[in-house]
Design a protein around this ligand. Structure first.
Ligand code: ADP
Ligand code: MG
Length: 206
């Protein structure tokens, strides 16, 4: 067994870094839920893992930066993928000056537009599921992705990112506008942007 070190143990998965066929990789192992029926658990593991790798492949085919997948074990809920030597956007934002941030944010919007143009909704579009490596923006964590996504699902992606800017990055809350500018310039779905307003109106009444 090659050497591995755990970098994150979450509710859904354990992430470790190690080596596979001489390459630096991330092992993403889906966590078993002890409280769930074993057969149901096995089914969910298989479906989510398959959805994640297929969505990653589709996003790559759409021209996005996505870690290469080297191996998958659906039964174990294991994905072996390229280690991206970079930083999560949620911390990267604090290491940049205003100009650099705006440039990353516009680019991010552009990349999201590209994903949405391929009718892929990410499903968990937060700044911890976006990695910045050099000048490239990588998307990870596609387990909640939908293909083909409808306008509502695309809108939910934008809404979540907007919320993250508001709650987690409140000091640059207005810069969500830069993401949106990149999205629009990249030919993003105008209907999805309109959906965000609609979702927000709905949310106010519940
Ligand atoms: N391919 C990768 N390269 C580098 N770091 C990664 C990679 N995949 C995941 N990570 C790191 O592990 C964290 C959790 O991975 P993620 O796929 O988002 O799982 P979770 O479901 O636990 O959020 C990420 O925020 C990132 O810091
Ligand atoms: Mg994540």
């Amino acid at each position: 067994m090659p050497k591995e070190s755990v970098i994150k143990k979450g509710a859904e998965a354990t992430i470790s870094v190690g080596e596979y066929l001489g390459r630096r990789v991330v092992f993403k192992r889906r966590t078993r839920k002890g409280y769930r029926d074993r057969r149901l658990d096995a089914r969910i593991t298989k479906l989510r893992t398959r959805n994640e790798v297929r969505s990653m492949a589709a996003a790559r085919a759409a021209g996005l930066h996505i870690p290469w997948i080297y191996d998958v074990d659906l039964r174990e809920g294991l994905i072996v993928m390229q280690f991206i030597d970079g930083q999560r956007l949620n911390s990267q934002l604090y290491c940049l000056n205003h100009e650099e941030r705006i440039s990353i944010e516009r680019k991010l919007g552009f990349e999201i537009a590209r994903m949405h143009a391929a009718a892929i909704s990410h499903g968990d579009l937060t700044t911890s599921n976006i990695l910045v490596s050099g000048s490239d923006i990588y998307f990870i964590d596609f387990s909640m992705a939908t293909r083909p996504a409808d306008t509502e699902q695309l809108g939910v992606d934008l809404r979540l990112l907007k919320e993250v800017y508001k709650s987690t990055h409140s000091e640059f809350e207005d810069e969500y506008g830069e993401v949106l500018k990149g999205y629009t310039d990249g030919g993003g779905s105008r209907e999805a942007i309109e959906k965000v307003a609609e979702i927000e109106r709905r949310a106010r009444y519940v």
